[in-house]
Design a protein around this ligand. Structure first.
Ligand SMILES: NC(=O)N[C@@H](CC(=O)O)C(=O)O
Ligand SMILES: [Zn+2]
Ligand SMILES: [Zn+2]
Length: 346
């Protein structure tokens, strides 16, 4: 098979940022994806319905006319979030999900949750009205090794939370471990996203022969056996798993620094990277469900109209850095040609 036409996909985990960065990175996503679940970790966070509406309007303004792209908005859960606001934002169809960041877990998570008991009423309201919770699944205890933080989160936070609030639909975002795969598979009311980098790379790629800051993201790349578990899970066609790039642009200067920040800007090459992985796994037949159906079904949205045509190619090139505000944003490069690229959209 040298080309593959699939229904237009959705990116169910995307960072668009704001201002000049938003304008620079948005076209790469809007060209390929029908919709994207837009993460709320701006500074300050998108925590109130009014802020989500204003952010949505800024995204539409940056998009300009003539694209069919639609941002799906999220709210940032804080210990001050009012359950009534969540219900109203859900009923007005303003937001598609609510995002839980454990305080301090990742980029721009300082306003996140410290004490899960304080958000229990919000979670109960969400379960009642059918508003999903997306989680950044890492504990933040400084005594827990960074490579163990996802597994510990499942045990100590995620499973207790799901037992305490039955019926709450939860997406474990950017899964990185076999532990997450083992937990998610077989559960009801659960979804999971996985990024291109966690399917393609392990921690050796980041650390052997020199430190590669453009591979540094959170949760951090793990050892190979975890990557293999993620690839097998994707190749299995499990309907719980769907496409969420976690494309997370940062200025090149902020990544190539003594204290570089976390996030890979993968949007321009993401769909080709996923296709490459499914191809390597002999599972291209499951790519369309992963990219274009499972996420929409989880969020109870109709699938997109339209299609994208992917072609197998030796000539796929990683695009040059984008220029933003006197700096650049470096595009994720998995270190081998993605092997597939988007030829056209219809
Ligand atoms: N994944 C990352 O490493 N960074 C994301 C935040 C996140 O998704 O955790 C970002 O906003 O930069
Ligand atoms: Zn995250
Ligand atoms: Zn993210």
């Amino acid at each position: 098979m040298d080309s593959l036409r699939i229904r237009r996909p959705d990116d169910m985990h995307l960072h668009l940022r704001d201002g000049a960065m938003l304008r620079a990175v948005l076209p790469a996503t809007a060209r390929v994806f029908g919709r994207a679940l837009v993460m709320p970790n701006l500074v300050p966070p998108v925590a109130l319905p009014r802020e989500a509406a204003e952010y949505r309007d800024r995204i539409y303004a940056a998009l300009g006319p003539g694209t069919g792209f639609r941002p799906l908005m999220t709210l940032y859960l804080t210990e001050e979030t009012r359950p009534a606001d969540l219900q109203a934002a859900h009923e007005a169809r303003l937001v598609t999900a609510v995002k839980l960041y454990p305080a301090g877990a990742t980029t721009n998570s300082a306003s996140g949750v410290r004490d899960m008991d304080r958000v229990r009423p919000a979670l109960e309201t969400m379960a009642r009205v059918g508003l999903p919770l997306c989680v950044h699944g890492e504990v933040t205890d400084p005594d827990v090794d960074i490579f163990d933080r996802e597994a510990r989160f499942i045990e100590e936070v995620l499973d207790p939370l799901r037992r305490a609030v039955p019926g709450l639909r939860v997406v474990m975002e950017h899964v990185t471990t076999k532990d997450a795969v083992d937990y998610v598979s077989g559960q009801r009311d659960m979804g999971a996203t996985v990024t291109p980098q966690h399917l393609m790379l392990d921690r050796n790629a980041m650390l052997v022969g020199g430190v590669r800051p453009h591979y540094y993201c959170l949760p951090i790349l793990k050892r190979r056996e975890h990557r293999e578990a993620l690839r097998a899970f994707a190749a299995s066609g499990d309907p719980r798993l769907f496409l969420g790039t976690d494309s997370a642009p940062h200025p090149t200067g902020a990544k190539e620094a003594a204290c570089g920040c976390a996030g890979c800007f993968s949007a321009p090459v993401a769909l080709g990277c996923y296709a490459q992985v499914f191809d390597e796994m002999g599972a291209l037949g499951h790519l369309e469900a992963f990219a274009s159906e499972n996420g929409a079904a989880f969020y109870r949205l109709p699938p997109n109209e339209g299609t994208v045509l992917l072609e197998r190619t030796e000539a796929a090139r990683i695009p040059p850095p984008l220029e933003v505000d006197g700096d650049t944003v470096t595009v994720f490069d998995p270190g081998r040609a993605p092997g597939w690229q988007v030829k056209e959209t219809a």
